[in-house]
Write a protein that binds this ligand. Structure first.
Ligand code: CTP
Length: 206
């Protein structure tokens, strides 16, 4: 029997509020992260799923921590890693920027001048250390080159890259055609798989 690991998975989008009724976000549905959490729990690992706002059911045997913003997600991941995680798998589509100010009251159109000042959000995967790290790279061009760069810059063991413009890939789909890029530079191109099958394939790498 293989050793059970403590696995932390990030999933879904983050929301960065402008005022109480508006936010910046992206179309992530969380399917890849939830598939990974499900497959990891089914394989006997202890799974903490740090999820942005998504409409999915928590997989069986998974501990779920709901978050909203990138900064909330970072704090939750840091808590899990401090408590002793073995592996962090980052599938979340984290907003890279947030509004500089969050207005306490709904902004009236007359109060806006057509500009929105933004500040950078933390890079969760890059910031967190002391754990084995697996990342995802959803690209629209230069897929392999970007994956290799992110693998190095974020100190990852493995990065799962895909071209989100390809049929059957990307936000909201149930399938994905991914390329695995490992720290040692080896590359494996996978066929079109369901996200659950891809999740199982990724777990084999750990
Ligand atoms: N990621 C993260 N925190 C962020 C941004 C990204 O943890 N603030 C993670 C994602 O979950 C993914 C990986 O980093 O596993 C790559 O995310 P991606 O959005 O493709 O990359 P970026 O670092 O944002 O790079 P770029 O904007 O140059 O594409």
């Amino acid at each position: 029997m293989k050793k059970a690991l403590k696995v932390v998975v990030t999933a879904g989008p983050t929301r960065e509020f402008i005022d109480p009724v508006r936010f910046l976000s992206n179309p992530s549905t969380g399917k890849m992260g939830f598939a990974l959490a499900r497959a990891a729990a089914a394989a006997g690992h202890a799974v903490a799923l740090v999820a942005g706002p998504v409409a999915l059911k928590t997989p069986k045997g998974v501990r779920r921590i709901d978050v909203v913003s990138a900064r909330d997600m970072l704090a939750a991941v840091e808590r899990e890693v401090a408590a002793g995680a073995d592996v962090l798998i980052a599938t979340a589509a984290v907003a890279d920027w947030r509004p500089k100010r969050r207005a306490a009251q709904k902004l009236k159109k007359g109060e806006m001048d057509g500009t929105l000042a933004l500040v950078r959000n933390p890079d969760i995967l890059k910031t967190v250390t002391g754990v084995r790290k697996i990342g995802f790279a959803a690209e629209t061009r230069n897929v392999l080159r970007e994956a290799v760069r992110k693998c190095r810059e974020k100190d990852l063991e493995l990065i799962v890259a895909n071209d989100v413009t390809e049929k059957g890939c990307g936000f909201g789909t149930d399938t994905n055609r991914a390329t695995l890029v490992r720290r040692d530079g080896t590359v494996t191109r996978l066929p079109l798989l369901t996200k659950l099958a891809l999740a199982r394939r990724i777990l084999r790498e750990i």
